[in-house]
Design a protein around this ligand. Structure first.
Ligand code: FAD
Ligand code: UDP
Length: 400
């Protein structure tokens, strides 16, 4: 691999078999897969000054490994994804735990057996728990919106408590809307758990943190003789979309293009901007060993921020006498402001707008939108890797 800042004098895109826009999971996985499987010479263009996309981590001024774009915890049910990524890292056995700060009291989220007893007292909490088991079964995950539909006074009481104290205010802060006003799949990511497992991703097949961090994982993923990475390059300065072909540096490009940025940006938002939420992240280093008992505490009834993450609790890094925490404040994303579009706002109208942009690039057979931005999806890391592996397989098949 070569990594450079900016494009060299005499840069000739036509000398590459594939151009990849973005050095996050989507781009890096495609680059590696095609370099390996097809022996393609791949050019990766990344507008940031680093690889790894939103999974980027680095040591801060206090020497603490922080996640620049928000806490990232690897978890997957997908064995193919796990096998692929495990070529580039070992994993720690970190099991992510989250507590909700509910009016000053800390309770496990997803809301579970322990949370029920903390909220309703031991005896009544146990009775409600037995009712949940009788209704849904033990070790079952029940989305809050599904629990709310049950027509039973005791289950309604549990549902109301969880809705009001875990979901309502947090969701208002995160999305500017109530849980009823957003896609139920979003709150369904954190279902009530009818059981004792107090992990954020209960009973998931694989979870942990990359042993040397995410950026190191990406360094190895991109470390291939046939991959050239150019940082600080906005691909829009080179790339334009015609009716049936993509142009690079003013000429139709003959190879394949994997694009992992937002689709609307390619067309100067001419049909309207695809809406996103962005985050202001406030990092603070404190002169103490530890700030909170778990990786993340969600503030579900108070504060303007949604959650506080303490990185040492997740990475296992030992740095005595100091710790770095980060508060997340969510707000509407302003295109062109330099903010990062973190969360697609998925509603019928926004999905329809996305489809209009997608229809424009579908006619271009060598142009492949992949990833959380380019597919306008609420993907976790594993979902992006799976999608990138699928696209890579299709490309291999098309060229074999
Ligand atoms: P990105 O990581 O966004 O990479 C796209 C890259 O393309 C970026 O580096 C961007 O700079 C570059 N780019 C875009 N346009 C251009 C252009 N025109 N020219 C050049 N470069 C361009 N997932 C989990 O599994 N677990 C978690 O705990 C988790 N936590 C998260 C927390 C937060 C706050 C957020 C926002 C996401 C989290 N995710 C988590 C999701 C995870 O970040 C994504 O699934 C994954 O990083 C997406 O990879 P990607 O390659 O699709 O996009
Ligand atoms: N959520 C909530 N309270 C919580 C945790 C999650 O209301 O304590 C809701 C909220 O709407 C959030 C969604 O569930 O956006 C998904 O949560 P997740 O932790 O998966 O979000 P992410 O880590 O992707 O920001």
């Amino acid at each position: 691999m070569s990594v450079a800042s900016g494009l060299p004098e005499g840069f000739n895109p036509q000398s590459y078999d594939m151009i990849v826009v973005g050095a996050g999971y989507a781009g890096a996985v495609c680059a590696r897969s095609l370099a390996e499987a097809q022996g393609w010479h791949v050019c990766v263009l990344e507008r940031r000054d680093h690889i790894a996309g939103n999974a980027y981590d680095h040591l801060d001024d206090a020497g603490i490994l922080v996640h620049e774009y928000g806490p990232h915890i690897y978890h997957t049910e997908d064995d193919r994804v796990h096998q692929f990524l495990s070529r580039f890292t070992e994993w720690t056995d970190y099991q992510h735990k989250v507590l909700a700060n509910i009016n000053g009291k800390l309770m496990p989220v997803p809301f579970n057996h322990t949370s029920l007893k903390l909220a309703f007292g031991d005896e009544r909490g146990e009775r409600l728990y037995q009712k949940l088991i009788a209704t849904f079964g033990e070790n079952k995950k029940v989305p809050i919106m599904e629990l709310r539909e049950k027509n039973d006074p005791e289950l309604t009481e549990v549902a109301d408590y969880v809705y009001e104290n875990v979901f309502l205010h947090y969701t208002m802060k995160q999305w500017g809307k109530t849980p009823d006003q957003i896609d139920p799949a979003i709150t369904g990511r954190v279902p009530v758990f009818v059981g004792d497992d107090d992990r954020y991703f209960p009973r998931v097949a694989h979870q942990g943190m990359p042993k040397d961090g995410y950026t190191k994982l990406f360094e190895r993923l991109l470390d291939h003789d046939l991959i050239d990475v150019f940082l600080d390059v906005d691909a829009r300065d080179l790339l334009s979309i015609g009716d049936s072909y993509a142009m690079v540096s003013g000429k139709p490009f003959g190879g394949e293009i994997v694009y992992t940025g937002p689709l609307d940006e390619l067309f100067d938002l001419d049909l309207g901007a695809l809406p996103y939420r962005t985050l202001d992240m406030e990092f603070e280093t404190l002169p103490q060993d530890q700030f909170q008992p778990v990786g993340t505490v969600n503030y579900t009834t108070s504060e303007d921020f949604t959650r506080i993450t303490e990185f040492k609790n997740m990475t296992g890094q030992v740095v005595p006498g100091k710790t770095t925490i980060m508060r997340e404040y969510s707000k509407a994303y302003e295109p062109g402001s330099g903010e990062t579009p973190y969360y697609a706002i998925l509603e019928p109208e926004t999905k329809a707008l996305y489809k209009k942009y997608l229809d424009r690039v579908r006619t271009i057979s060598n142009f492949h939108p992949v990833g959380r931005l380019a597919e306008y999806r609420y993907y976790d890391m594993d979902g992006v890797v799976a999608s990138a592996l699928d696209v890579s397989d299709e490309l291999v098949a098309a060229h074999s």
